[in-house]
Ligand binder design. Structure first.
Ligand SMILES: Nc1ncnc2c1ncn2[C@@H]1O[C@H](COP(=O)(O)OP(=O)(O)O)[C@@H](O)[C@H]1O
Ligand SMILES: Cc1ncsc1CCOP(=O)(O)O
Ligand SMILES: [Mg+2]
Length: 261
């Protein structure tokens, strides 16, 4: 894939409004990530306004991290609006393997055909019905173990499916790519995966989902590489935000480590 940075340039010139129905842990982190990327975040989830707001948003990010029944209903209401207007929405199945409630809500959301599903390897395995060793929000499986499940999910749902980890895997069920950018401190900062989904949603505005997702992953990983060398997760998080903000489209194109799988 060439010129991955052009997607970032497009995003920054349009500053898309991204609605996030996300968890309490990720709200602040995701909003800061989206602002650093160049998008405009809004965390809106009350059933009384969620559909009306979705009519204003250019993309939607749905995350089940701190789920409750009212939020689950609100997610479906917002998604219906995005579907009706052909705008992208991204699903993050946080900890889906842990409880029946999460599995049921994700099954309903997957039936609404997400544009992109991004999770860690344990989450993608669980979503595909293949078990997975994850017990909570963190992965306990290697990315390679979830590649077949990602392909299966993509074919079943029509979504682009991304498995994040040391080397990310992205597929639409037909083509597949690996993205080798990133840093080992990224999974040591909470909500960086959740916030990645907001970035993917912003990249997918007006762009085909597969290259947009690959570009978002490469850019995000490059920001991790630029932040590397921090003393630990605390200063890494600050440096990571600065790196998202300062990376140029040209640097993304030049630094992306993307290969066909
Ligand atoms: N060990 C690692 N080395 C480099 N990058 C990583 C590593 N683990 C995760 N990442 C990156 O961190 C980001 C979040 O992914 P991940 O930690 O898998 O999500 P989650 O927080 O949902 O489990 C992705 O951009 C991914 O590429
Ligand atoms: C710790 C935690 N608990 C519920 S949601 C959440 C955040 C998970 O964020 P991420 O998947 O990006 O690490
Ligand atoms: Mg996650």
């Amino acid at each position: 894939m060439d010129n991955l940075g052009t997607t970032l340039a497009t995003l920054r010139s349009t500053a898309p409004l991204v609605q996030c129905i996300t968890n309490f842990v990720a709200m602040n982190v995701s909003a800061n990530v989206l602002l650093a990327v160049g998008a405009s975040p809004a965390m809106v989830h009350a059933r009384e306004e969620v559909a009306e707001f979705a009519g204003l948003a250019q993309a939607l990010c749905v995350n089940i991290g701190t789920l409750d029944p009212a939020w689950a209903e609100a997610m479906e209401m917002a998604v219906q609006v995005m579907i009706a207007s052909g705008r992208p929405w991204v699903l993050d199945p946080v900890g889906v393997g842990a409880t029946q409630f999460r599995r049921d809500v994700c099954a309903r959301l997957m039936a609404l055909r997400p544009t992109v599903i991004r999770g860690n390897a344990s989450e993608i395995l669980a979503l595909a019905g293949m078990g997975g060793a994850g017990r909570g929000a963190d992965s306990a499986d290697p990315v390679t173990a979830a590649e077949a499940s990602a392909q299966d999910l993509a074919l079943r749902t029509g979504a682009v499916v991304a498995v994040s980890g040391p080397v990310d895997y992205v597929t639409d069920g037909v083509q597949a790519f690996r993205v080798a950018n990133g840093d080992a401190l990224m999974p040591r900062v909470t909500a960086l995966g959740c916030s990645l989904n907001g970035a993917i949603a912003a990249f997918a505005v007006g762009q085909p989902a597969l290259p947009a997702t690959v570009a978002a992953l490469a850019y995000y990983g490059l920001a991790g590489e630029r932040a590397a060398g921090a003393a630990g997760p605390g200063s890494f998080q600050v440096a990571f935000l600065d790196a998202l903000y300062s990376l140029t489209p040209q640097e993304v194109t030049a630094g992306a480590k993307v290969s066909r799988a």
